[in-house]
Design a protein. Structure first.
Lengths: 105, 105
């Protein structure tokens, strides 16, 4: 499996989601998989990278701000966001950023 | 300890560094700490967030592109970058992105 998102030439957008979790799963892993599956079928979705230690960092990549806005307001995703605030996250930050250039090893 | 970078109001810049590691440490942890210490004293440095699972994601935040460019060309950092390519990383991606807006839980 390739852990790097196969993003196209910039410009494109990144949503940097940084979070700290509550203790225990509470259905989190299943929902996270479902949301990634659902996100990856949205128009404008380009890729996803994720890691967790003391803090979790997930970066999703999108073609444009409109795709990000549409996914944010998706009904199933809104339910997951609410559960996130209630059950899964102690705290989080969301940063929406325009990728201007990139390079590889 | 707060694991979230205390970034100011956007706009500012994010450098998203995604990597896969070689097996073993090879001096990586010590150098990573030294580089973070050094980066945090650079003009324009705003903060840092990092996590590693199958993939590692480190995001550093900067005031502007000039600060990022200057840090990229720092002599000690260039040595670390070379060791990174030779010893520590199987592969990596670097994405430079302008944070346009952000929000919290």
């Amino acid at each position: 499996m390739n852990h790097f998102a196969a993003t196209p030439e910039p410009p494109y957008y990144a949503v940097i989601f940084t979070s700290t979790r509550t203790a225990g799963d509470h259905g989190y892993e299943t929902m996270a998989e479902t949301m990634l599956e659902l996100a990856s079928r949205q128009p404008g979705f380009l890729g996803f990278e994720s890691a967790r230690a003391a803090v979790g960092i997930s970066v999703s990549y999108w073609a444009d701000l409109e795709s990000i806005r549409r996914w944010k307001h998706d009904v199933a995703h809104r339910k997951a966001q609410r559960r996130g605030r209630e059950d899964w996250y102690l705290d989080y930050r969301v940063r929406i950023a325009k990728v201007e250039y990139d390079y590889s090893m």
